[in-house]
Design a protein. Structure first.
Length: 106
């Protein structure tokens, strides 16, 4: 479906490496293991073409269109705790948004 690489500060990574991330999502492991709650994140999504490594891992041809997401997640105090880079082939990606006008009367 997608290829995700997550990068953590060394002190956090040393603890999280012991978690069973095949069964527990990273953000849950952060909370359960270290008490770190992600309070917010900043994400940028770009259209890209898959490189050799990403294409191989995703079973796609090199150069296939894809989306690349780069996201930094921050704890409640505002410290960055995770940098994620995710590749999603273009035929496996869909955007759904719900928009609200904060100034509109209810």
């Amino acid at each position: 479906m997608s290829l995700q690489c997550s990068f953590l500060p060394a002190l956090i990574g040393d603890e999280i490496v012991r978690a069973d991330l095949a069964r527990t999502p990273l953000h849950q492991a952060l909370e359960r293991t270290l008490g770190i709650v992600v309070g917010r994140a900043h994400e940028t999504v770009s259209a890209v073409r898959l490189g050799r490594r990403e294409a191989r891992e995703l079973g796609c041809p090199v150069g296939a269109p894809a989306f690349e997401s780069e996201r930094v997640s921050f704890d409640a105090a505002g410290a960055p705790v995770v940098f994620d880079r995710v590749f999603i082939p273009g035929d496996r990606f869909r955007i759904t948004r719900e928009l609200h006008d904060e100034g509109a009367a209810s």
